[in-house]
Design a protein around this ligand. Structure first.
Ligand code: 5GP
Ligand code: MN
Length: 340
C-alpha cells in the first residue's frame, strides 16, 4: 500500500508504546465504517497489551449497527454520557481519529479534541484531510474505507489482525462499499480474501447486516420510491424524509440507509439526494455516478464534503432556508444550477 509510509508506521508504533490512556474516535452519527474501524483499532490495541482504550463517539449508533460493537471494548457515547466522554478526551495521551478528515466531523466532541494536549493520529479516506493538526497521518482517498486502510496499517505494523478485529474491519469495508458495489480496488479484494481465508464468516456477517431489518424499513423504502421520489430533467433526483414521514413509519436511526442509492439505478439520473429532517436542519446524503461530483455539490450547497461520489452535508433552517417547507425549492435550484 503506497500511501502507508514506513516512517509513519514507526512513529505510530512509538506513540502507541508510550501511551497509557488511548481514545479511539470516529465521526458523528457513526456508520458501519466508523464503528468497524474504531472497534478494529481498539481490539488491536487491547490485544497488544494496552489496558486503557476507549472508543468515543458523539452519538449512539443505530440499532442495526450495534452488532459491530465488541464486548471486549469500552465505548462511550457523548449523547448518553457527555461528562464521561469529555473526561476521557481530556485525560487521553493518544487520540486516534478514524473515518473522518478533521475534528469538526465529530461535532459535539470537536472542542474537547481541539483542547486536548494528546498526541494525535489520523487514519482516513476522505478528501481534504486536516493534515497539520495531526502528528501522524495515514490518508488516502484511493481505498474503499477507513476499515481497509486500518487493515493495511496493522499489516505494515506487523500486528496480528485477530478474527474479532478482522470481522469488524470486514464489516466496515462491506458497508462503505455497499457490499462491493462502489470504491472497490484490487487491495479491497485482497483484504477480503485474506480475512475470509483467516476464518471470518462472511455469510454470517451479510446475514446480520442485510437480512435482519424491521418491516417498517421495507415499507418506508417502498413508500419513498413510489410517492417521495422527485426526478428533474437535468439528471438530478431527490427525496425528502420529513419528520411527519419518519414518525408515520416509526423510523429509527440507520433505517433509511441505502435509500439514496436507489435513484441512481435509473439511467438518466446522475445525482441523487436524500434529505432527512432533524432538529433545526436537514441531514443531506448525496450520491453520484462517475463524472459528476457529489463532493463538489456537498461543499458548494450543503456545508459538507466526503468522497467524490458519496458525500453528505446539512441544510440549516434559518441560515439556508426560512422554513422546512422550502427545502424542496432549495434542492431543485441547487441541482438545476449544479447540473447545468
Ligand atoms: P452519508 O450520506 O452516508 O451520511 O455520508 C456519505 C459520506 O459523506 C461519508 O463519507 C460521510 O463521512 C460524508 N459526510 C456525511 N455528512 C457530512 C457532513 O456533514 N460533512 C462532511 N464534511 N462530510 C459528510
Ligand atoms: Mn468511511
Amino acid at each position: 500500500m503506497d500511501s502507508i509510509h514506513q516512517e509513519s508506521i514507526l512513529q505510530f508504533k512509538a506513540l502507541v508504546q508510550q501511551a497509557a490512556k488511548l481514545a479511539v474516535v470516529g465521526h458523528t452519527h457513526p456508520d458501519g465504517d466508523a464503528l468497524g474501524a474504531a472497534t478494529g483499532m481498539a481490539l488491536s490495541l487491547l490485544s497488544r497489551g494496552k489496558k486503557d482504550v476507549t472508543c468515543v463517539f458523539s452519538d449512539t449508533p443505530g440499532e442495526n449497527l450495534r452488532f459491530i460493537l465488541s464486548r471486549e471494548v469500552p465505548y462511550c457515547f457523548h449523547d448518553q454520557e457527555a461528562e464521561k466522554a469529555e473526561a476521557i478526551l481530556r485525560g487521553a495521551d493518544l487520540i486516534i481519529l478514524l473515518d473522518c478528515n478533521a475534528f469538526d466531523r465529530t461535532e459535539a466532541l470537536q472542542p474537547f479534541l481541539e483542547a486536548s494536549p494528546a498526541w494525535t493520529v489520523l487514519i482516513d479516506h476522505h478528501l481534504n484531510p486536516d493534515r497539520d493538526r495531526f502528528d501522524v497521518v495515514f490518508s488516502t482517498p484511493e481505498i474503499s474505507s477507513a476499515s481497509e486502510l486500518l487493515y493495511w496499517v496493522l499489516k505494515a505494523m506487523d500486528w496480528e489482525v485477530t478474527v474479532a478485529a478482522g470481522t469488524a474491519l470486514l464489516t466496515g469495508m462491506t458497508t462503505d462499499t455497499n457490499n462491493f458495489a462502489n470504491s472497490v480496488f484490487p487491495s479491497t479484494f485482497r483484504m477480503a480474501s485474506e480475512l475470509i481465508a483467516a476464518g471470518i464468516d462472511r455469510d454470517a456477517l451479510l446475514q446480520t447486516l442485510y437480512n435482519t431489518c424491521r418491516e417498517n424499513r421495507v415499507r418506508l423504502m417502498g413508500y419513498m420510491q413510489y410517492e417521495g421520489l422527485k426526478l428533474l430533467p437535468c439528471g438530478g433526483a431527490y427525496m425528502i424524509l420529513t419528520r411527519e414521514i419518519q414518525q408515520r413509519f416509526d423510523l429509527r436511526e440507520g433505517e433509511s440507509e441505502g435509500l439514496v442509492n436507489v435513484p441512481l439505478t435509473i439511467g438518466a439520473v446522475r445525482l441523487s439526494l436524500l434529505l432527512k429532517e432533524d432538529q433545526g436542519h436537514f441531514r443531506v446524503s448525496i450520491r453520484s455516478k462517475k463524472g459528476t461530483s457529489a463532493q463538489a455539490l456537498a461543499q458548494r450547497c450543503f456545508h459538507g464534503g466526503g468522497h467524490e461520489n458519496a458525500s453528505g452535508g446539512k441544510l440549516f433552517i434559518g441560515p439556508d432556508i426560512s422554513s422546512a417547507e422550502e427545502a424542496a425549492t432549495y434542492v431543485e435550484n441547487a441541482l438545476k444550477t449544479f447540473l447545468k
